[in-house]
Design a protein around this ligand. Structure first.
Ligand code: NAD
Length: 396
């Protein structure tokens, strides 16, 4: 099959198996070019491992400290006639590369919120991995079915105050316009917390602890975002921000629970980056495009893999995680630098449909968006046949 991008709104409904493989290989090459993470983890569970921050969190321990990994995700396999989702092909490439290095790499495709997937994961850990010394929780999902009640909750991206109007970027049409985001109801706030808050992270850690598969000194980390004041109404003070506050509460409970194992739980606040999850948030893609321009100009730009390499080498395994006053790891430190944020705020005031290609790195945004699906990657022949039935070896 010859595969071309087909973009619908903020997703691309095709993905390129060889392009995804090349993207994963670039990340592996980056990690190998960096100094090894001293005392890095050896046996890692990544929940949400097929794309974005979770994929990078699987690549770094595998190729920096030789970790065996179990990765969990919710992706669509390809068929003879239709391509699968990018995360499916990313995982195929990851497993191949890890196995070639003699590393254990298995994956489970299913609903991480369910009891069943937790049972399956624990079974593999018990039979094939021994104890886990790092659990990365990197899910981004629009809905969650409560595993006990069977009720399904949907998250919303709304404010928790009144209406909020600001500039936004229609990434499909390449237009800057205004968007008004309405306030969430109490129920919508609660539902968003149910989906993206810490409950499921706690359920995972409790299930793993009860099954006695956590190693002494285990670490666990989940990801959050804060960003500048201009996005607070939609992010930090919005529904998703309430869920992230809940994640922090869970982190504190997990620290109490894990102390019996000399374990540690962290919330890491990461940089705003183009991923499938972030491209769905209003206002944020315009902010990201301006941010990229400023960070690239100052040589500070990082992608998921650079962020996670720094998280492991300079924070999680450095002996000093450099927590902020709310006990969070901050690898959004370069994004939040005063000079970067002052420059972004200045451009934000001026940006319009007429000047946004000058004030923002929209080309960079679009290129990175396409790369998520394996398109626009050097060295890949997009006119050549590729196999849509490419699959992770452990799931083939
Ligand atoms: P992503 O969309 O790239 O990846 C999400 C992952 O979750 C994928 O592996 C997907 O398969 C998996 N997933 C979704 N629903 C699932 C389910 N029901 N069962 C199993 N797996 C499921 O997302 P991302 O942007 O890397 O986000 C990961 C985390 O990082 C989120 O908590 C997000 O809030 C946080 N974060 C993102 C950014 C950003 O700018 N992208 C910044 C800071 C923090």
């Amino acid at each position: 099959m010859i595969v071309k991008p087909k973009i619908r709104g903020f997703i691309c409904i095709t993905s390129h198996p060889d392009g995804c493989a090349a993207n994963v290989q670039e990340q592996i090459d980056y990690v190998k070019s960096q100094p090894k993470v001293e005392n890095g983890p050896k046996s890692v569970l990544v929940i949400g491992s097929s794309a974005g921050y979770g994929l990078a969190s699987r690549i770094v321990p595998a190729f920096s400290s030789g970790a065996n990994t179990l990765g969990l995700f919710f992706e669509k396999p390809g068929t003879e006639k239709r391509t699968g989702s990018a995360g499916w092909y990313n995982t195929a490439a990851f497993e191949k590369a890890a196995t070639e290095e003699g590393l254990f790499a298995k994956s489970l495709n299913g609903d991480a919120f369910s009891h069943d997937l937790k049972k399956q994961a624990i079974d593999i850990i018990q039979k094939e991995m021994g104890k886990i010394d790092l659990v990365v929780y990197s899910l981004a999902s629009p809905r969650r079915t409560d595993p006990d009640t069977g009720e399904t909750y949907s998250s919303v991206l709304k404010t928790t105050g009144g209406d909020y109007t600001n500039k936004t970027l229609n990434t499909d049409k390449g237009e800057v316009s205004e968007v008004t985001i309405g306030a969430a109801t109490e129920e919508e706030i609660e539902n968003t917390i149910k989906v993206m808050g810490g409950e499921d992270w706690e359920l995972w850690m409790n299930a793993l602890a009860d099954a006695d598969v956590l190693a002494d000194g285990v670490k666990t980390v989940a990801y959050s975002y804060i960003g500048p004041e201009l996005t607070w109404p939609i992010y930090t003070d919005g529904t998703i921000g309430q869920a992230k506050k809940d994640l922090e509460k869970s982190c504190s409970k997990l620290n109490d629970k894990l102390s019996a194992l000399n374990g540690e739980a962290y919330v890491s606040v990461n940089k705003a980056l183009v991923t499938q999850a972030s491209s769905a948030i209003p206002v944020v893609p315009l902010y990201i495009s301006i941010l990229y321009k400023e960070m690239k100009a100052k040589g500070l730009h990082e992608g998921c893999i650079e962020q996670i390499q720094r998280l492991f080498s300079d924070r999680l395994y450095s002996g000093d995680p450099q927590l902020d006053d709310a006990s969070r790891i901050r690898i959004d430190d370069w994004e939040m630098r005063d000079d970067i944020q002052a420059a972004v705020a200045e451009s934000w005031k001026k940006i319009s449909n007429e000047n946004f290609t000058d004030l923002a790195d929209f080309q960079g945004y679009q290129d990175e968006f396409l790369r998520l699906f394996g398109f626009g990657i050097d060295g890949v022949d997009y006119e050549a046949e590729t196999d849509p039935e490419t699959a992770p070896a452990s799931l083939a």
